[in-house]
Design a protein around this ligand. Structure first.
Ligand code: SF4
Ligand code: SF4
Length: 92
């Protein structure tokens, strides 16, 4: 899901528009009080805008495929632990 700006919280600093490498936001201070999410389909969910926003005004929900990748990585990590342990035992 592309970023969503809470217009009540946004202070119009423009940090999100400055920091996004994909230029998802368009912010014309002469026209808008808050940035506009102009190209949502280009967002690659890096969360830089969420972390940089000083007022916590941006929410970003990771797509299911990203969530599954995270779960897969967790399973892989936990399944390596017993193997690592057994290989240590075999060496000693
Ligand atoms: S999550 Fe990353 S790519 Fe998406 S709008 Fe924020 S800074 Fe840009
Ligand atoms: S970084 Fe946050 S407060 Fe600043 S313009 Fe973007 S949404 Fe608004």
């Amino acid at each position: 899901m592309p970023p969503v700006i809470d217009h009540e919280k946004c202070i119009g600093c423009g940090t999100c528009a400055d920091i996004c490498n994909s230029d998802i936001f368009v912010f014309d201070r002469t026209v808008d009080k808050t940035p506009v999410v102009k190209f949502p389909e280009e967002c690659w969910h890096c969360e830089s805008c969420v972390l940089a926003c000083p007022s916590g005004a941006i929410t970003l929900r990771l797509p299911l495929s990203y969530s599954l990748m995270h779960i897969d990585a967790s399973i892989l990590h936990s399944s390596q632990t017993p193997c690592s342990a057994s290989s240590k035992e075999a060496r000693s």
